[in-house]
Design a protein around this ligand. Structure first.
Ligand code: 5HC
Length: 254
């Protein structure tokens, strides 16, 4: 009997001990769950903070961009107002028209000439209104002017400028900035000579606009170049400027 009682007591102790262990394990599990929950809360809270910061940054970026747009828009408005204030409108009404511009470029090029008597300039324009060649009467490139005559009369033709000088038309054609001149117009300050007319025809230039026709009455000048250009069906018109005088002031005030 005593032995059974002892066994029973021992079993009860074991059962109690197991119950304690189970309770203890339950407590541990509970504690872990609580820790995990707590961590999850912290992570969620951090994510929320990060999200909130990102939103703030995005808001700031948006505000900065919006300010930049406003500043740019104000600058545009100011520039426009200034233009309107200066010109009374959005653009200048007295701008140089294309034809005046091209003939002025030819006339300006003529000022480069060293010919003491007659300075000629030429300006070639393509069908897109782009200048593609400029020239003035001069001695061939690289030939020293000191070794060549600029006089009109001499012992023979070889002793005059006519034997050596390149016409403005010839120089403009040689200086062209594209492969061919088909359909182009040439603005020239003096009606072309016969040699220039031949080059104009050969180059495929379709129109000649000239300023002066001062040699019209000279037999050779009157006949051959005009005849050649007419045969080649090249339109020749005398220039009538919109602005007879165009001045350029190169003074700088600063
Ligand atoms: N269409 C022309 N383009 C020219 O570049 N010239 C040049 C050649 C001479 O240098 C100069 C005429 O000299 P004079 O004969 O007026 O002193 O002008 C001349 C003509 C008309 O003959």
């Amino acid at each position: 009997m005593a032995s059974r009682a002892t066994t029973t007591a021992s079993r009860a102790t074991t059962t109690a001990s197991r119950a304690t262990t189970t309770a203890s394990q339950a407590t541990t599990t509970e504690s872990r769950a609580s820790t995990t929950a707590s961590r999850a809360t912290t992570t969620a809270s951090r994510a929320s903070t990060t999200g909130s910061r990102a939103t703030t940054m995005a808001n700031r970026t948006s505000t900065t961009a919006s300010r930049a747009t406003t500043t740019a828009s104000r600058a545009t408005t100011t520039a426009k107002e200034e233009t309107q204030h200066l010109c009374g409108d959005t653009w200048r009404a007295d701008f140089l028209v294309h034809e005046d511009y091209w003939m002025t470029v030819a006339a300006l090029a003529a000022k480069r000439s060293k010919d003491p008597r007659t300075q000629v300039g030429a300006c070639i324009v393509n069908q897109e209104n782009v200048i593609i060649g400029i020239g003035y009467n001069r001695m061939p490139k690289g030939c020293d002017d000191d070794h060549l005559p600029w006089n009109r009369h001499g012992e023979g033709r070889w002793d005059t400028k006519y034997a050596y000088v390149c016409s403005a038309v010839a120089v403009a054609i040689m200086n062209k900035k594209c492969s061919d001149l088909k359909g182009c117009t040439i603005y020239v300050t003096l009606f072309p000579c016969t040699e220039s007319a031949k080059l104009i025809i050969e180059a495929g230039i379709k129109k000649v606009v000239y300023l002066s026709d001062q040699y019209h009455d000279m037999e050779m000048m009157a006949a051959s170049p005009r005849f050649l250009l007419a045969v080649a069906e090249i339109e020749c018109i005398q220039f009538k400027p919109t602005e007879p005088t165009i001045t350029t002031d190169l003074t700088v005030n600063n």
